[in-house]
Design a protein around this ligand. Sequence first.
Ligand SMILES: NC(=O)C1=CN([C@@H]2O[C@H](COP(=O)(O)OP(=O)(O)OC[C@H]3O[C@@H](n4cnc5c(N)ncnc54)[C@H](O)[C@@H]3O)[C@@H](O)[C@H]2O)[C@@H](O)CC1
Ligand SMILES: [K+]
Length: 554
Amino acid sequence: MPMPAFTPCSAPRRLLEEGGYADAVDLHDAAHAAELERVLASTRAPLALMQAAGLAVARLARAMTPHARRVRVLAGPGNNGGDGFEAAARLKADWPDVHIDLAWLGHPASQPGDAAASRLRAEAAGVAITELDHPPTGAADRLATWCAELAQADGDTLVIDALLGRGLNRPVSGDLARLIDALNTGAARVLSVDLPSGLNGDVGVWPDGVDAPIVRADTTLALLSPSPGLCTGMGRDVVGELWWHDLGTGSATPHAVAAQARLARGSALARLLQPRPHRQHKGSVGDLWVIGGDVAMQGAAWLAARAALECGAGRVHVDLLDAQGLGLDPGQPELMVGRCADRDELARATVIAGCGGGPAIAARLPELLSTTARLVLDADALNAIARDTNLQDRLRERSARGQASVLTPHPLEAARLLGSDVAAVQADRLAAVRALATSYRCTALLKGSGTLVCSASSGALPTINGSGNAALATPGSGDVLAGVIGAFWSQLAIRPLVEEGPGDDAATLATRAAVDLHGRVAQSMSHRGAALPASRLVSGLGDWLRRQAPPRSA
Ligand SMILES: NC(=O)C1=CN([C@@H]2O[C@H](COP(=O)(O)OP(=O)(O)OC[C@H]3O[C@@H](n4cnc5c(N)ncnc54)[C@H](O)[C@@H]3O)[C@@H](O)[C@H]2O)[C@@H](O)CC1
Ligand SMILES: [K+]
Protein backbone atom coordinates (compact mmCIF):
# COMPACT_ATOMS: atom_id res chain seq x y z
CA MET A 1 0.00 0.00 0.00
CA PRO A 2 1.48 3.44 -0.87
CA MET A 3 2.05 5.55 2.24
CA PRO A 4 0.10 8.84 2.09
CA ALA A 5 1.93 12.14 2.39
CA PHE A 6 2.11 13.78 5.80
CA THR A 7 4.16 16.28 7.77
CA PRO A 8 7.80 15.41 7.17
CA CYS A 9 9.87 14.66 10.25
CA SER A 10 12.83 16.76 11.28
CA ALA A 11 15.73 15.04 13.06
CA PRO A 12 15.46 13.59 16.55
CA ARG A 13 17.65 15.02 19.29
CA ARG A 14 19.51 13.03 21.90
CA LEU A 15 18.81 14.15 25.46
CA LEU A 16 20.71 13.30 28.66
CA GLU A 17 24.42 12.61 28.80
CA GLU A 18 24.93 14.03 25.34
CA GLY A 19 27.67 16.46 26.47
CA GLY A 20 27.89 19.82 24.77
CA TYR A 21 26.04 22.97 25.72
CA ALA A 22 22.51 23.54 24.53
CA ASP A 23 19.38 25.30 25.67
CA ALA A 24 17.04 23.61 28.09
CA VAL A 25 14.11 21.62 26.68
CA ASP A 26 10.53 22.06 27.90
CA LEU A 27 8.93 19.03 29.53
CA HIS A 28 5.16 18.48 29.72
CA ASP A 29 3.12 16.23 31.93
CA ALA A 30 0.34 14.09 30.42
CA ALA A 31 -2.43 16.67 30.81
CA HIS A 32 -0.41 19.46 29.21
CA ALA A 33 0.96 17.16 26.49
CA ALA A 34 -2.61 16.29 25.57
CA GLU A 35 -3.39 20.00 25.38
CA LEU A 36 -0.30 20.52 23.22
CA GLU A 37 -1.41 17.70 20.96
CA ARG A 38 -4.88 19.27 20.63
CA VAL A 39 -3.41 22.67 19.74
CA LEU A 40 -1.07 21.20 17.15
CA ALA A 41 -3.54 18.71 15.71
CA SER A 42 -6.08 21.48 15.08
CA THR A 43 -3.87 22.93 12.36
CA ARG A 44 -2.93 19.62 10.74
CA ALA A 45 -4.50 16.90 8.65
CA PRO A 46 -6.13 14.05 10.60
CA LEU A 47 -3.57 11.43 11.65
CA ALA A 48 -0.67 13.71 10.71
CA LEU A 49 0.92 13.62 14.17
CA MET A 50 0.49 9.88 14.59
CA GLN A 51 1.95 9.23 11.15
CA ALA A 52 4.87 11.53 11.94
CA ALA A 53 5.33 9.59 15.18
CA GLY A 54 5.31 6.29 13.30
CA LEU A 55 7.87 7.54 10.81
CA ALA A 56 10.12 8.85 13.59
CA VAL A 57 9.92 5.53 15.45
CA ALA A 58 10.59 3.53 12.27
CA ARG A 59 13.63 5.61 11.39
CA LEU A 60 15.11 5.35 14.87
CA ALA A 61 14.43 1.61 14.87
CA ARG A 62 16.48 1.19 11.71
CA ALA A 63 19.26 3.44 12.95
CA MET A 64 19.35 1.59 16.26
CA THR A 65 19.48 -1.93 14.81
CA PRO A 66 20.49 -1.77 11.14
CA HIS A 67 21.23 -5.52 11.17
CA ALA A 68 18.03 -6.66 12.87
CA ARG A 69 16.46 -9.76 11.33
CA ARG A 70 13.18 -9.38 13.09
CA VAL A 71 11.09 -6.49 14.38
CA ARG A 72 8.24 -7.24 16.75
CA VAL A 73 5.85 -4.48 17.71
CA LEU A 74 3.84 -4.57 20.94
CA ALA A 75 0.84 -2.26 20.55
CA GLY A 76 -1.38 -1.27 23.46
CA PRO A 77 -5.03 -0.19 23.69
CA GLY A 78 -4.61 3.56 23.11
CA ASN A 79 -2.78 6.04 20.92
CA ASN A 80 0.62 4.82 22.05
CA GLY A 81 -0.40 1.60 20.34
CA GLY A 82 -1.46 3.74 17.36
CA ASP A 83 2.13 4.96 17.05
CA GLY A 84 3.17 1.30 17.05
CA PHE A 85 0.77 0.46 14.20
CA GLU A 86 2.09 3.40 12.20
CA ALA A 87 5.70 2.38 12.81
CA ALA A 88 4.94 -1.20 11.78
CA ALA A 89 3.26 -0.04 8.56
CA ARG A 90 6.19 2.18 7.75
CA LEU A 91 8.77 -0.51 8.47
CA LYS A 92 6.85 -3.03 6.41
CA ALA A 93 6.91 -0.63 3.45
CA ASP A 94 10.53 0.47 3.83
CA TRP A 95 12.33 -2.59 5.18
CA PRO A 96 11.20 -5.55 3.07
CA ASP A 97 14.00 -7.94 4.06
CA VAL A 98 13.12 -7.87 7.77
CA HIS A 99 10.39 -10.00 9.33
CA ILE A 100 7.88 -7.63 10.96
CA ASP A 101 4.93 -8.65 13.09
CA LEU A 102 2.77 -7.03 15.75
CA ALA A 103 0.84 -8.12 18.82
CA TRP A 104 -2.07 -5.95 19.85
CA LEU A 105 -3.32 -5.88 23.41
CA GLY A 106 -6.47 -3.87 22.92
CA HIS A 107 -10.08 -4.02 21.94
CA PRO A 108 -11.70 -2.55 18.80
CA ALA A 109 -14.65 -1.16 20.80
CA SER A 110 -12.47 1.01 23.03
CA GLN A 111 -9.65 1.92 20.65
CA PRO A 112 -9.36 5.69 19.97
CA GLY A 113 -10.21 6.77 16.41
CA ASP A 114 -6.67 7.71 15.33
CA ALA A 115 -5.24 4.45 16.60
CA ALA A 116 -8.02 2.44 14.95
CA ALA A 117 -7.26 4.14 11.62
CA SER A 118 -3.58 3.35 12.06
CA ARG A 119 -4.42 -0.29 12.81
CA LEU A 120 -6.29 -0.51 9.52
CA ARG A 121 -3.32 1.06 7.75
CA ALA A 122 -0.95 -1.49 9.27
CA GLU A 123 -3.28 -4.31 8.21
CA ALA A 124 -3.47 -2.90 4.70
CA ALA A 125 0.31 -2.63 4.59
CA GLY A 126 0.50 -6.37 5.22
CA VAL A 127 1.71 -6.36 8.82
CA ALA A 128 0.89 -9.67 10.53
CA ILE A 129 -1.24 -8.72 13.55
CA THR A 130 -1.90 -11.05 16.47
CA GLU A 131 -4.74 -9.95 18.72
CA LEU A 132 -3.97 -10.84 22.32
CA ASP A 133 -7.20 -9.60 23.82
CA HIS A 134 -9.87 -9.96 21.17
CA PRO A 135 -11.54 -12.25 20.22
CA PRO A 136 -11.35 -13.96 23.63
CA THR A 137 -11.26 -17.45 22.13
CA GLY A 138 -7.66 -18.58 22.11
CA ALA A 139 -6.38 -15.22 23.43
CA ALA A 140 -4.65 -16.85 26.41
CA ASP A 141 -2.73 -19.20 24.10
CA ARG A 142 -1.70 -16.38 21.80
CA LEU A 143 -0.48 -14.36 24.76
CA ALA A 144 1.46 -17.33 26.14
CA THR A 145 3.15 -17.87 22.78
CA TRP A 146 4.21 -14.23 22.50
CA CYS A 147 5.46 -14.18 26.11
CA ALA A 148 7.53 -17.34 25.54
CA GLU A 149 9.03 -15.95 22.35
CA LEU A 150 9.82 -12.57 23.88
CA ALA A 151 11.52 -14.22 26.84
CA GLN A 152 13.72 -16.21 24.46
CA ALA A 153 14.41 -13.46 21.93
CA ASP A 154 18.03 -12.65 21.15
CA GLY A 155 19.82 -9.47 20.12
CA ASP A 156 18.88 -9.93 16.45
CA THR A 157 15.32 -9.01 17.39
CA LEU A 158 14.16 -5.46 17.94
CA VAL A 159 10.99 -4.98 19.95
CA ILE A 160 9.09 -1.73 19.61
CA ASP A 161 7.30 -1.10 22.89
CA ALA A 162 4.09 0.80 22.08
CA LEU A 163 2.00 -0.68 24.88
CA LEU A 164 1.40 2.36 27.06
CA GLY A 165 2.48 5.96 26.91
CA ARG A 166 1.16 8.99 28.71
CA GLY A 167 -2.26 7.45 29.15
CA LEU A 168 -1.10 5.11 31.94
CA ASN A 169 -3.67 5.56 34.68
CA ARG A 170 -3.19 2.58 36.97
CA PRO A 171 -0.48 0.10 37.91
CA VAL A 172 0.28 -2.47 35.25
CA SER A 173 -1.10 -5.94 36.01
CA GLY A 174 -2.49 -9.07 34.33
CA ASP A 175 -1.71 -9.74 30.66
CA LEU A 176 0.17 -6.49 30.26
CA ALA A 177 2.41 -7.30 33.22
CA ARG A 178 3.13 -10.75 31.75
CA LEU A 179 4.14 -9.25 28.41
CA ILE A 180 6.42 -6.68 30.06
CA ASP A 181 8.02 -9.27 32.33
CA ALA A 182 8.70 -11.51 29.33
CA LEU A 183 10.17 -8.61 27.38
CA ASN A 184 12.44 -7.68 30.29
CA THR A 185 13.57 -11.31 30.60
CA GLY A 186 14.63 -11.70 26.95
CA ALA A 187 17.66 -10.26 25.17
CA ALA A 188 15.86 -8.41 22.38
CA ARG A 189 16.80 -4.78 21.89
CA VAL A 190 13.92 -2.57 23.00
CA LEU A 191 12.79 0.76 21.59
CA SER A 192 10.09 2.37 23.74
CA VAL A 193 7.67 4.76 22.12
CA ASP A 194 7.22 7.97 24.10
CA LEU A 195 7.75 6.26 27.47
CA PRO A 196 8.90 2.85 28.68
CA SER A 197 5.49 1.25 29.23
CA GLY A 198 4.51 1.22 32.89
CA LEU A 199 6.46 4.35 33.85
CA ASN A 200 4.40 7.28 35.09
CA GLY A 201 5.75 10.02 32.85
CA ASP A 202 4.57 12.87 35.07
CA VAL A 203 6.70 11.94 38.05
CA GLY A 204 9.01 9.13 36.97
CA VAL A 205 7.77 6.41 39.30
CA TRP A 206 5.11 3.72 39.39
CA PRO A 207 1.48 4.81 39.36
CA ASP A 208 0.03 4.81 42.88
CA GLY A 209 3.43 3.73 44.24
CA VAL A 210 2.66 0.10 43.37
CA ASP A 211 5.79 -1.83 42.42
CA ALA A 212 4.61 -3.10 39.00
CA PRO A 213 6.59 -4.05 35.88
CA ILE A 214 8.09 -1.29 33.73
CA VAL A 215 9.72 -1.91 30.36
CA ARG A 216 13.50 -1.56 30.50
CA ALA A 217 14.31 0.09 27.21
CA ASP A 218 17.59 0.32 25.34
CA THR A 219 16.30 3.46 23.70
CA THR A 220 13.27 5.67 24.32
CA LEU A 221 11.92 8.08 21.74
CA ALA A 222 9.91 10.86 23.41
CA LEU A 223 7.35 12.38 21.09
CA LEU A 224 6.23 15.99 20.69
CA SER A 225 7.46 17.05 24.14
CA PRO A 226 9.33 14.80 26.58
CA SER A 227 7.74 13.82 29.90
CA PRO A 228 9.46 14.99 33.11
CA GLY A 229 9.44 11.45 34.49
CA LEU A 230 11.85 10.28 31.80
CA CYS A 231 14.61 12.28 33.45
CA THR A 232 14.10 11.90 37.20
CA GLY A 233 12.98 9.33 39.77
CA MET A 234 13.16 5.88 38.18
CA GLY A 235 13.10 7.29 34.67
CA ARG A 236 16.86 7.34 34.18
CA ASP A 237 17.10 3.63 35.03
CA VAL A 238 14.53 2.50 32.44
CA VAL A 239 14.78 4.87 29.46
CA GLY A 240 18.13 3.68 28.12
CA GLU A 241 19.34 6.21 25.57
CA LEU A 242 16.81 9.05 25.50
CA TRP A 243 15.86 10.69 22.21
CA TRP A 244 13.25 13.31 21.52
CA HIS A 245 11.39 14.06 18.29
CA ASP A 246 9.18 17.15 17.95
CA LEU A 247 7.32 15.50 15.03
CA GLY A 248 8.17 18.33 12.70
CA THR A 249 6.35 20.91 14.82
CA GLY A 250 9.61 22.80 15.40
CA SER A 251 9.51 25.99 17.38
CA ALA A 252 5.74 25.77 17.85
CA THR A 253 6.19 22.99 20.39
CA PRO A 254 7.72 24.74 23.36
CA HIS A 255 5.59 27.86 23.17
CA ALA A 256 2.13 26.45 22.63
CA VAL A 257 1.47 25.22 26.17
CA ALA A 258 3.18 26.03 29.50
CA ALA A 259 5.80 23.48 30.56
CA GLN A 260 5.87 21.77 33.98
CA ALA A 261 9.66 21.44 34.08
CA ARG A 262 12.73 21.95 31.90
CA LEU A 263 15.58 19.60 31.12
CA ALA A 264 18.90 21.44 31.53
CA ARG A 265 21.42 20.73 28.79
CA GLY A 266 24.43 22.83 29.70
CA SER A 267 23.53 26.45 29.01
CA ALA A 268 24.03 27.51 32.65
CA LEU A 269 27.41 25.79 32.89
CA ALA A 270 28.45 27.31 29.56
CA ARG A 271 28.12 30.76 31.10
CA LEU A 272 30.46 29.85 33.93
CA LEU A 273 33.04 28.47 31.52
CA GLN A 274 33.70 31.72 29.67
CA PRO A 275 37.37 32.80 29.87
CA ARG A 276 38.27 34.62 33.06
CA PRO A 277 39.56 38.17 32.58
CA HIS A 278 43.34 38.42 32.34
CA ARG A 279 43.39 41.09 35.05
CA GLN A 280 41.65 38.86 37.58
CA HIS A 281 43.12 38.38 41.05
CA LYS A 282 42.12 36.41 44.13
CA GLY A 283 40.20 39.33 45.59
CA SER A 284 38.17 39.78 42.43
CA VAL A 285 36.42 36.44 42.62
CA GLY A 286 34.93 36.80 46.06
CA ASP A 287 35.60 35.53 49.57
CA LEU A 288 34.01 32.28 50.52
CA TRP A 289 33.48 30.78 53.98
CA VAL A 290 32.68 27.17 54.77
CA ILE A 291 31.16 26.83 58.24
CA GLY A 292 30.87 23.23 59.37
CA GLY A 293 33.04 20.26 60.32
CA ASP A 294 31.91 19.39 63.83
CA VAL A 295 33.63 16.65 65.85
CA ALA A 296 34.49 13.63 63.66
CA MET A 297 33.01 15.36 60.60
CA GLN A 298 35.71 17.80 59.62
CA GLY A 299 36.19 16.00 56.33
CA ALA A 300 32.90 17.35 55.03
CA ALA A 301 34.03 20.95 55.52
CA TRP A 302 37.40 20.30 53.93
CA LEU A 303 35.76 18.64 50.92
CA ALA A 304 33.47 21.62 50.35
CA ALA A 305 36.35 24.06 50.73
CA ARG A 306 38.63 22.12 48.41
CA ALA A 307 35.90 21.88 45.80
CA ALA A 308 35.33 25.64 46.01
CA LEU A 309 39.02 26.27 45.49
CA GLU A 310 39.15 23.93 42.48
CA CYS A 311 36.16 25.74 40.96
CA GLY A 312 37.68 29.19 41.08
CA ALA A 313 36.56 30.80 44.36
CA GLY A 314 38.92 33.56 45.55
CA ARG A 315 39.97 33.35 49.20
CA VAL A 316 38.47 30.23 50.76
CA HIS A 317 38.16 30.14 54.56
CA VAL A 318 37.09 27.28 56.77
CA ASP A 319 35.40 27.96 60.09
CA LEU A 320 35.58 24.59 61.84
CA LEU A 321 32.97 23.87 64.46
CA ASP A 322 35.19 21.26 66.10
CA ALA A 323 37.25 23.36 68.49
CA GLN A 324 39.90 20.63 68.63
CA GLY A 325 40.08 20.47 64.85
CA LEU A 326 43.23 20.79 62.79
CA GLY A 327 44.33 24.32 62.11
CA LEU A 328 44.87 23.55 58.47
CA ASP A 329 44.19 21.02 55.76
CA PRO A 330 47.64 19.53 55.15
CA GLY A 331 46.60 18.35 51.68
CA GLN A 332 45.37 21.81 50.70
CA PRO A 333 47.52 24.50 52.33
CA GLU A 334 45.80 27.25 50.28
CA LEU A 335 42.78 27.06 52.60
CA MET A 336 42.58 29.47 55.50
CA VAL A 337 41.16 28.48 58.85
CA GLY A 338 39.60 30.73 61.45
CA ARG A 339 36.43 31.87 63.12
CA CYS A 340 34.28 34.20 61.07
CA ALA A 341 32.95 36.69 63.58
CA ASP A 342 33.00 39.88 61.55
CA ARG A 343 29.45 40.74 60.48
CA ASP A 344 30.63 42.95 57.62
CA GLU A 345 32.79 40.16 56.30
CA LEU A 346 29.89 37.71 56.54
CA ALA A 347 27.68 40.16 54.71
CA ARG A 348 30.19 40.45 51.86
CA ALA A 349 31.17 36.80 51.54
CA THR A 350 29.45 33.78 50.09
CA VAL A 351 28.84 31.35 52.94
CA ILE A 352 28.32 27.59 52.87
CA ALA A 353 26.90 26.37 56.17
CA GLY A 354 26.24 22.88 57.42
CA CYS A 355 28.70 20.47 55.77
CA GLY A 356 29.48 18.08 58.62
CA GLY A 357 27.95 20.73 60.88
CA GLY A 358 26.50 18.32 63.45
CA PRO A 359 24.40 19.79 66.26
CA ALA A 360 26.81 22.71 66.66
CA ILE A 361 25.71 24.43 63.45
CA ALA A 362 22.31 25.28 64.94
CA ALA A 363 23.80 27.91 67.25
CA ARG A 364 25.44 29.69 64.33
CA LEU A 365 22.37 29.84 62.13
CA PRO A 366 20.53 32.86 63.61
CA GLU A 367 23.51 35.11 62.86
CA LEU A 368 24.12 33.59 59.43
CA LEU A 369 20.47 33.86 58.43
CA SER A 370 20.32 37.52 59.44
CA THR A 371 23.71 38.65 58.10
CA THR A 372 24.81 36.85 54.96
CA ALA A 373 23.93 38.06 51.48
CA ARG A 374 24.55 34.66 49.87
CA LEU A 375 23.99 31.55 51.96
CA VAL A 376 24.19 27.91 50.87
CA LEU A 377 22.51 25.70 53.48
CA ASP A 378 23.51 22.06 53.42
CA ALA A 379 23.20 18.90 55.50
CA ASP A 380 22.97 19.58 59.24
CA ALA A 381 22.06 23.23 58.66
CA LEU A 382 18.96 21.94 56.89
CA ASN A 383 18.20 19.49 59.67
CA ALA A 384 18.50 22.26 62.25
CA ILE A 385 16.11 24.46 60.28
CA ALA A 386 13.67 21.59 59.85
CA ARG A 387 13.54 21.20 63.66
CA ASP A 388 13.08 24.88 64.51
CA THR A 389 10.18 27.01 63.26
CA ASN A 390 11.96 30.15 64.41
CA LEU A 391 14.87 29.40 62.07
CA GLN A 392 12.36 28.62 59.33
CA ASP A 393 10.82 32.07 59.72
CA ARG A 394 14.25 33.67 59.66
CA LEU A 395 15.05 31.81 56.45
CA ARG A 396 11.81 32.98 54.82
CA GLU A 397 12.46 36.59 55.84
CA ARG A 398 15.75 36.71 53.97
CA SER A 399 14.38 37.16 50.48
CA ALA A 400 12.48 40.35 51.42
CA ARG A 401 15.83 41.82 52.54
CA GLY A 402 17.46 40.90 49.22
CA GLN A 403 19.46 38.08 50.84
CA ALA A 404 19.52 34.94 48.72
CA SER A 405 19.56 31.35 49.99
CA VAL A 406 20.22 27.99 48.35
CA LEU A 407 18.95 24.80 50.04
CA THR A 408 20.60 21.54 48.97
CA PRO A 409 18.65 18.65 50.57
CA HIS A 410 18.66 15.00 49.68
CA PRO A 411 15.21 13.40 49.84
CA LEU A 412 15.32 12.72 53.61
CA GLU A 413 16.40 16.27 54.43
CA ALA A 414 13.74 17.56 52.02
CA ALA A 415 11.11 15.45 53.77
CA ARG A 416 12.10 16.93 57.13
CA LEU A 417 11.91 20.47 55.75
CA LEU A 418 8.49 19.76 54.26
CA GLY A 419 7.15 17.87 57.25
CA SER A 420 6.55 14.79 55.12
CA ASP A 421 8.43 11.54 54.45
CA VAL A 422 10.88 10.24 51.88
CA ALA A 423 8.25 8.17 50.06
CA ALA A 424 6.09 11.26 49.55
CA VAL A 425 9.04 13.33 48.34
CA GLN A 426 10.17 10.65 45.89
CA ALA A 427 6.60 10.03 44.68
CA ASP A 428 6.56 13.53 43.20
CA ARG A 429 10.00 15.08 43.20
CA LEU A 430 8.87 18.02 41.08
CA ALA A 431 6.17 18.96 43.56
CA ALA A 432 8.62 18.59 46.46
CA VAL A 433 11.24 20.91 44.98
CA ARG A 434 8.57 23.47 44.07
CA ALA A 435 7.24 23.36 47.61
CA LEU A 436 10.72 23.87 49.08
CA ALA A 437 11.45 26.83 46.81
CA THR A 438 8.15 28.58 47.38
CA SER A 439 7.76 27.77 51.05
CA TYR A 440 11.28 28.95 51.98
CA ARG A 441 11.51 31.67 49.26
CA CYS A 442 14.81 30.40 48.00
CA THR A 443 16.58 28.36 45.36
CA ALA A 444 16.00 24.70 46.21
CA LEU A 445 17.92 21.74 44.92
CA LEU A 446 16.63 18.21 45.40
CA LYS A 447 19.33 15.58 45.07
CA GLY A 448 18.85 12.13 43.62
CA SER A 449 18.55 10.59 40.18
CA GLY A 450 17.69 13.58 38.01
CA THR A 451 18.60 16.33 40.48
CA LEU A 452 16.10 19.19 40.42
CA VAL A 453 16.70 22.91 40.86
CA CYS A 454 13.84 25.32 41.43
CA SER A 455 13.75 28.98 42.30
CA ALA A 456 10.90 30.86 43.90
CA SER A 457 11.86 33.96 41.94
CA SER A 458 11.71 32.37 38.48
CA GLY A 459 8.15 31.13 38.49
CA ALA A 460 8.98 27.94 40.45
CA LEU A 461 9.55 25.99 37.23
CA PRO A 462 11.88 23.13 38.16
CA THR A 463 14.90 22.34 36.03
CA ILE A 464 16.04 18.72 35.83
CA ASN A 465 19.77 18.22 35.56
CA GLY A 466 20.75 16.05 32.61
CA SER A 467 24.25 14.99 33.69
CA GLY A 468 25.58 12.65 36.37
CA ASN A 469 25.48 9.00 37.26
CA ALA A 470 25.60 6.63 40.22
CA ALA A 471 29.26 7.49 40.90
CA LEU A 472 27.87 10.43 42.85
CA ALA A 473 26.07 8.15 45.30
CA THR A 474 29.01 8.28 47.69
CA PRO A 475 29.67 9.96 51.05
CA GLY A 476 30.93 13.50 50.72
CA SER A 477 29.70 14.08 47.19
CA GLY A 478 27.03 16.47 48.54
CA ASP A 479 29.71 18.47 50.40
CA VAL A 480 31.63 18.75 47.14
CA LEU A 481 28.51 19.99 45.38
CA ALA A 482 27.93 22.64 48.05
CA GLY A 483 31.49 23.84 47.50
CA VAL A 484 30.98 24.11 43.74
CA ILE A 485 27.75 26.06 44.19
CA GLY A 486 29.50 28.45 46.57
CA ALA A 487 32.44 28.94 44.20
CA PHE A 488 30.24 29.66 41.17
CA TRP A 489 27.93 31.93 43.12
CA SER A 490 30.81 33.89 44.58
CA GLN A 491 32.22 34.49 41.08
CA LEU A 492 28.82 35.50 39.68
CA ALA A 493 28.36 37.99 42.50
CA ILE A 494 31.53 39.78 41.48
CA ARG A 495 31.25 39.35 37.72
CA PRO A 496 27.57 39.07 36.88
CA LEU A 497 26.90 37.24 33.64
CA VAL A 498 23.97 37.72 31.33
CA GLU A 499 20.91 36.15 32.89
CA GLU A 500 19.83 32.86 31.35
CA GLY A 501 16.13 33.57 31.25
CA PRO A 502 13.47 35.79 32.73
CA GLY A 503 13.76 35.94 36.48
CA ASP A 504 16.85 33.74 36.67
CA ASP A 505 18.98 34.91 39.54
CA ALA A 506 22.67 34.34 40.26
CA ALA A 507 21.95 31.80 43.00
CA THR A 508 19.89 29.64 40.64
CA LEU A 509 22.27 29.97 37.73
CA ALA A 510 25.21 29.02 39.97
CA THR A 511 23.28 26.07 41.39
CA ARG A 512 22.27 24.74 37.99
CA ALA A 513 25.79 25.11 36.64
CA ALA A 514 27.27 23.42 39.71
CA VAL A 515 24.96 20.41 39.55
CA ASP A 516 25.73 20.02 35.87
CA LEU A 517 29.49 20.22 36.38
CA HIS A 518 29.36 17.79 39.32
CA GLY A 519 27.52 15.30 37.07
CA ARG A 520 29.74 15.76 34.03
CA VAL A 521 32.90 15.24 36.05
CA ALA A 522 31.46 12.05 37.60
CA GLN A 523 30.59 10.76 34.13
CA SER A 524 34.03 11.54 32.80
CA MET A 525 35.73 9.76 35.72
CA SER A 526 33.38 6.80 36.06
CA HIS A 527 31.60 5.83 32.87
CA ARG A 528 29.51 3.05 34.37
CA GLY A 529 28.79 4.82 37.62
CA ALA A 530 31.28 2.81 39.71
CA ALA A 531 31.76 4.49 43.09
CA LEU A 532 33.98 7.53 43.10
CA PRO A 533 35.46 8.71 46.42
CA ALA A 534 34.52 12.33 46.93
CA SER A 535 38.11 13.48 47.33
CA ARG A 536 38.87 12.16 43.84
CA LEU A 537 35.82 13.93 42.52
CA VAL A 538 37.26 17.17 43.91
CA SER A 539 40.49 16.86 41.96
CA GLY A 540 38.49 15.76 38.91
CA LEU A 541 36.59 19.05 39.04
CA GLY A 542 39.67 21.17 38.66
CA ASP A 543 41.17 18.89 36.01
CA TRP A 544 37.96 18.99 34.01
CA LEU A 545 37.59 22.78 34.25
CA ARG A 546 41.19 23.42 33.24
CA ARG A 547 40.85 21.15 30.18
CA GLN A 548 37.71 22.80 28.81
CA ALA A 549 37.79 25.17 25.89
CA PRO A 550 35.19 27.94 26.20
CA PRO A 551 31.85 26.62 24.96
CA ARG A 552 30.87 27.99 21.58
CA SER A 553 27.11 28.11 22.09
CA ALA A 554 26.27 29.63 25.44
N1 LIG B 1 -3.13 11.06 18.85
C1 LIG B 1 -2.05 11.55 18.30
O1 LIG B 1 -2.11 12.25 17.29
C2 LIG B 1 -0.72 11.31 18.94
C3 LIG B 1 -0.57 10.41 19.99
N2 LIG B 1 0.63 10.20 20.55
C4 LIG B 1 0.76 9.03 21.42
O2 LIG B 1 -0.36 8.92 22.23
C5 LIG B 1 0.01 8.49 23.52
C6 LIG B 1 -1.05 8.82 24.49
O3 LIG B 1 -2.18 8.13 24.04
P1 LIG B 1 -3.38 7.77 24.98
O4 LIG B 1 -3.81 8.96 25.70
O5 LIG B 1 -4.38 7.04 24.16
O6 LIG B 1 -2.74 6.84 26.06
P2 LIG B 1 -1.99 5.43 25.99
O7 LIG B 1 -1.97 4.89 24.65
O8 LIG B 1 -0.73 5.61 26.70
O9 LIG B 1 -2.90 4.51 26.94
C7 LIG B 1 -4.27 4.71 27.14
C8 LIG B 1 -5.00 3.39 27.17
O10 LIG B 1 -4.35 2.50 28.05
C9 LIG B 1 -5.25 2.07 29.07
N3 LIG B 1 -4.47 1.91 30.29
C10 LIG B 1 -3.93 2.86 31.06
N4 LIG B 1 -3.23 2.30 32.06
C11 LIG B 1 -3.32 0.96 31.90
C12 LIG B 1 -2.82 -0.14 32.62
N5 LIG B 1 -2.06 0.03 33.68
N6 LIG B 1 -3.11 -1.37 32.20
C13 LIG B 1 -3.86 -1.56 31.10
N7 LIG B 1 -4.38 -0.55 30.37
C14 LIG B 1 -4.10 0.71 30.77
C15 LIG B 1 -6.30 3.13 29.14
O11 LIG B 1 -7.50 2.62 29.65
C16 LIG B 1 -6.41 3.53 27.66
O12 LIG B 1 -7.19 2.58 26.97
C17 LIG B 1 1.34 9.16 23.73
O13 LIG B 1 2.08 8.54 24.74
C18 LIG B 1 1.96 9.01 22.34
O14 LIG B 1 2.59 7.76 22.22
C19 LIG B 1 1.79 10.93 20.07
O15 LIG B 1 2.40 10.12 19.19
C20 LIG B 1 1.45 12.21 19.43
C21 LIG B 1 0.43 12.08 18.41
K1 LIG C 1 5.53 2.83 25.33
